[in-house]
Design a protein. Structure first.
Length: 170
């Protein structure tokens, strides 16, 4: 019902619908409608809404590794040539930027098997507010906290500081 109700809104707002997870585990009627809405919104450039359905990050990584193993087995890829880019290319989220911010509701201090590969450099924000009660005000608070952070992507603060010339200027 949600997909039926929201299809026109997605199209009107140029929102592309995408999914991650093992959608083939869903009932056939749901898969068919989901596929129709994804097809109807494919290529829209206002925003991308990704639904995680029957999704688990460990299972996603296993599927990626199996696909890479199949490439190796058929001779399309050498074992020594496997790199992070090969794993990323086989993830459900391929083509989607990694998340910048993960908001964890209900005060839970864990990521719960969610996008384990993709959140390597994601900023985490934990709130005691449960998801159903999470409001626009709490989202604004999370975004303010995010804006105040120094994004380092695995580097130290000193490594991300602007280069200074010999006189101490920037």
């Amino acid at each position: 019902d949600y997909l039926k109700d929201e299809r026109a809104t997605l199209q009107k707002n140029q929102i592309e619908l995408a999914t991650i997870g093992t959608v083939d585990k869903l009932p056939l009627v749901v898969r068919a409608l989901l596929g129709a809405v994804k097809d109807a919104t494919r290529g829209m450039d206002g925003m991308r809404l990704t639904l995680a359905l029957s999704y688990g990050a460990r299972e996603e990584i296993v599927r990626a590794v199996r696909a890479i193993a199949a490439d190796v087995k058929r001779g399309a890829l050498a074992v020594d040539d496997i790199g992070a880019e090969h794993i990323e290319a086989h993830l459900d989220s391929h083509g989607t930027p990694d998340p910048d911010l993960l908001i964890r509701t209900s005060g839970e201090m864990r990521v719960s098997n969610f996008m384990l590969w993709q959140i390597a450099y994601t900023e985490l924000y934990v709130t005691p507010v449960a998801w159903p009660d999470f409001t626009r005000a709490q989202l604004d608070e999370a975004m303010a906290a995010f804006r105040s952070r120094q994004r380092r992507f695995g580097l130290t603060g000193a490594q991300t500081a602007p280069a200074r010339d010999a006189r101490g200027g920037s």
